[in-house]
Every structure is written in structure tokens, then in C-alpha cells.
Design a protein around this ligand. Sequence first.
Ligand code: ADP
Ligand code: MG
Length: 712
Amino acid sequence: MKSNVPEIFGSMVFNDAIMREKLPKDVYRSLKKTIEDGRDLDIAVANVVAIAMKDWAIEKGATHFTHWFQPMTGVTAEKHDSFISPQNDGRVIMEFSGKELIKGEPDASSFPSGGLRATFEARGYTAWDPTSYAFVKDDVLCIPTAFCSYGGEALDKKTPLLRSMETLSEQAVRILRLFGNKEVKRVVTTVGPEQEYFLVDRALYQKRKDLIYCGRTLFGARAPKGQELDDHYFGAIKPRVQAYMKELNEELWKLGILSKTEHNEAAPAQHEMAPIYDTANIAIDHNQITMEVMKKVAKRHDLVCLLHEKPFDGVNGSGKHNNWSMVTDQGVNLLEPGKSPYENVQFLLFVVAIIKAVDEYQDLLRLSIASAGNDHRLGAAEAPPAIMSVYLGDDLEAILKSIESGMSYSGHGTSKMDIGVHVLPKLPKDTTDRNRTSPFAFTGNKFEFRSCGSSMSVSGPNTILNTIVAEELRIFADELSEAGEEEFTDALYDLIRKTIREHKRIIFNGDGYSRDWEREAEKRGLLNLPTTVDALPMYLESKNIELFKRHRIFTEIEVRSRYEIELEAYSKLIHIEGLTAVDMTKKEILPAVNKYILQLAECARIKEQLNTGGNRTGEKKTYPSVLESELIFLLSELEDKAYIHANRLEEMLNEATGLEREGEDKLKIAVFYKDQIIPTMQELRVCIDTMESNTSRECWPLPSYGELLFSI
Ligand code: ADP
Ligand code: MG
């Protein structure tokens, strides 16, 4: 079937064009103004918008509406309410008011709040984010909202993101004013998240409890072939995957999501979808929907979409490259090197602010991408290391060096690089992804934060990014405003030079996977926080709490609540993995191996009979059974070991539950999971995987890595 893309694009979205068409002129204008200035919506206006929205949604098949929000679980939440309103005569009409549009009050007491709601109010409320369009999904009108407690504390991932966009805008505008820009009113952050995922066959998936409960394989011997031939990356897309991608694109387009690029990734069965970038909060809403739609469409193709950061050992895991920039309301990308010397200095000032931000807040960036799943990737020579650094590319690095030293810049034929006088040489865009090992890379007109995990909401990383850059811009603006008009250029030059000098340790253009870099980074005094449990306590550093407070991103209470929620999420997740590992070992794997041992024993017994009984002619032959006896021995030994590890794991999980019940410190519990439970799971895995390699395919109860990765 041919699809008419422009026609289906955004067909399920109550977007600007629809608003203009459906709303009276004055209402439309008033709504637009609210959206642009970020002000509260007048209830009279909201009432008119609500009716138009409802009528439109009903035309699209909607019967219900929901305030769609992003609680701290990292997935989206929705509670459906139907439009029906009973009449006196026993009939119903479809109703939707401005009040219902603007504010919702879900009884959301089961969402994690880190104690926030216990302290304030049991209920939270959701508030419409009118900058993100409403849409119809599965016959439900979804209204993108932020979720807060009655005390105003953020209970979700969107509220702090919106706050951080606000503060970044404010500080960036201050800088632009100093450069003489009187028109600019706002600066928005833009985000383009590249989403990686795996597709596996649904029938195989259903035979694996680890995939069902944990989204990743807890066991699995390596297949003879992995990704060593690099034959999957950008390879021809198989028909079944192609059909999936086609439908995925159409579903995303209907929802106004700018799905643009699709290709195979490094690992077998791994793929990527990249959208065209958008304003941060919208791009992130869209990414949340994308992940949901990816899973839903997979079902219709008898596939399962795995978004976990590390579904399979031994092949690459999945990330989400977060492309990030800042653009003015006049459409100027502030990370695009300009055409005039003056624009160049402005560009360089923003770049060094970012460099300083990454250096001073390595800890926050690191914790913003921390999760149990992502721990498997970072530093595993397949994703950037846990150490934060900035990659600038050779040209930009050379320029900064020449500014720092006051020496001449010799790249690309330019002689002395005197900012404020010379035009920057054209910087090549990194279209080849040439340094995939850097966590934070400049790619021509944006930075790419590559450490984000595939399953996570990128609200957190962008909130941190916006906030730390806003902070540096604030400091810069303060400092530069003190200089008089005459000295401005000198002050600028000094500031840029000083910043490079003080923060160049964070710049690294080499191989981030190498051991050498780990040592070098240590020498430079950079932070290395290998796991989530190492990273999360950084939330509580006083410099970080002060930062959040200063920019009104989080109150201290909010920071502490997030810290606790994330620690708890980590522990809970490992707990589920531990339980699943025990369950699979005892209920499926050990009984299966015993069955195979029985087969081997039966075979050995028959051979033994032949040896003692002789054959029909009475001729004596010896039937060797080395195979049987050695395998029986090996497997029995491994079975016992596995059994012991599984029991120990079970005991530890009970111990952890005990600690939780006693109200033990959450960090202590998380450390217990990291230091005791994860290594035990790993020991168990080694036994199980060795058994798999030595057990008949027929007896092994789980689909193998080979089948999972190569069957589509
Ligand atoms: P690649 O990384 O494969 O070389 P691109 O650099 O073209 O490809 O884009 C990767 C992602 O970066 C896309 O999602 C794209 O929309 C996004 N992107 C491009 N420009 C910007 C920008 N100014 N701000 C945020 N994201 C951007
Ligand atoms: Mg990229």
C-alpha cells in the first residue's frame, strides 16, 4: 500500500494548523500567546479550546481523554476518563471542560515520590504543558502534562526539564544582550535523540523468563558468531524488519513525530531510529511515545522490541545519543560557528561555557545517565566510559589551543587566530561519527551526549545539561557585565582564555575505550564513577544542591527525594533480576540438565550392557563411554555449583528484603546489591552458560543466543 506521508503526518495531533482551523481567531491568538510566553491559560479560553479539542478527538475516534505524564518510574502514565456525561433522560453526552484540560487530579499515590507526598499531600495534580501538542493514541485524547504535588514539588521528569529550559533561556539571553542583540526574547534547547533497539522473535521471547521479567538475558552462552565481522552495521535491512520499520514510521508520523533515519546497528538484530530534532520538551515527549509505539508495532509483527541497555552479553548494548543545542527565537543556532568574527566569539563563548559546565559538573552528568541497565554498557568498550570528557574534533581543539596560548593557529591556511578579528575556519561536521568513544562530542553545530541509555527518559540528562550550562552562562554574564563597553572585547578574550586554561583537562579527543585514558583521566583529576551506586550520592554534594536551588530546578527536598527514588529503583531492579535468575535455574535449567544427564546415563548403561552381554554372535566388543561419563561428571559438578550459587543468591535476596524492612539506609542496600548480589549472579551465570555449551540443544529449555540474534 502506498502511503501519502504529508497527508498522514500529524493526522492524530491537535497541532497548530488544526488549532488555527478549529478555534475562533481571538481564542487562537490568546492560546498562542500563552504558549509563546509560557503564561497561565485563562479559563474562558481553556473552555473554548477544550470543546474544540474534544470534537476533533471524537472525530479521530477518541472516547476518552487522559493527562499524559512522566512520573519518576521513567515510563509514561495515563489514566483514562471518558467524555461521557449523564443527562436527566438516561442518555449521555460527550463533555470536556477547560478545567479538565488545564488540570487533572489523578490519584497517583502509588507513583514513587521519595517521601514527598507523605510530607505534603497525598494527591498530586497534573498541569497541561500547552507547548506540547495533544494527540490521539488508541482512541484516547492524550494531553501532555507536568505532574506536581500540592506543595508544588515536582513528582515527574517534565517539571524540572521545563524549569531548566527556562533558566537556560534567561541566562543565554543575558549573554546575547551583552553582544548587542536587543531583539532576542527566548532561547530554546533543541534535542534529537537517536534511539537504538533490538528486535527478537516473539515466540522465542516468550520462552525466556529473563526477557519477560527483566528485558535482558540473564544467561546465554555466546553464539559462534557475534558482531565481529561488522556485517550488520548499516547492512541491508531484512524484509521482516523492513515491514516493521515501515509501520513504525507511519505510526510515528501520524503522531507528528519526525522519524527520519533508520538503519541496522552494530549488533545483530540491533537497529536505530533517529528523528529530526525538536524543542527539548517536545522531543522528549516524542521519544517517550516512540518507545511505546516501537513496542506496540513489534507485537503486530510477532516481534518484541527490546529497549534494555544490554539485552545480550558479548554484543553491543543500546544507547540513546542525545544531540543537543540552543537556538534563539530568531532561529539562530548558538552552536553554529558564525560567518563574522563577532559571531565567532559568541560561538566560542558558548562552547567554553559548555566545556566549563562539563568539567565542573562531571558528577551530575554522570549521575544523569546512571541506571542499573546502563551500568552494563558504560566503560565496557562499546559505549563511552563512565568518565566524562568533551570531544571537540581536531580543528576546534586547535583553535582553542591557539587562543589559550596566544599563538597563531595554523590549521586550514589561517594564520594567527585572533578572535574578534579573524573569521573562524569552517568546521567540518562530524557526519561519520568518527569518535564514538567520547561521552560528549561536538559534532559541527551541536553536542552529542552519547552516554544515555536506550530505555531511559532523556529528561534527566537534558535537565542537568541545561542547568549546568545556564549556571556557567550566569557566571559569564555577571563577569562580562562588569566590563565597560570599551573593555568588552578584552574582557571576552580574557574570559575565554582563562576558561580554556582552567578547564582544558576535560577535553579529550583520543580513544575513550583505552585503559590509558583511564589512567590519564585519573592524572587529570577527572571523576571516574563506574556504577550507578557510585554516581547517585553526588546528588547530595552541597555544590550541586546549591546549583539546583539557585536555578529553581529542585528544592533540597526534591533533590533528596530523587536520590532516594533512583537508589530504590536500582535495588528493586536487581532484586527482580536475582529472583528471576534463581527461578530459571531451579525450575527450568537444573531439571533440564538432569534430563540430559539421564539420557547420557541411559546411553552409558546400554553400552555397559553390550560390553557385559556381548552381541548376537558372541563376539566381544568394547563400547567406550568416555563421552557420557565425562559429560555426566562435568554437568553434575556444574549443577551442584549452580545450585549452591542459586541458594546463596536466594539467601542474599532475603537478606536484602530484611534490610529494606528494617528501614536500612537506601545507599547501604544498593551497595549490598552491587557488591554482593550482582557478583553472585555473575558466578551463577558462568556455571549456567558452561552447562548450556555442554548440553544437547534438544534438552536446553531456553532459546539460544544464536536463535535470538539471528532468526529474523
Ligand atoms: P549523525 O549523528 O548520524 O551524523 P546528524 O548529525 O545529522 O546525524 O543528526 C543526528 C541527530 O542530531 C538527528 O536526530 C538530528 O535531528 C539531530 N540534530 C541535528 N542538529 C541538531 C541541533 N541543532 N540540535 C539538536 N539536535 C540536532
Ligand atoms: Mg549521531
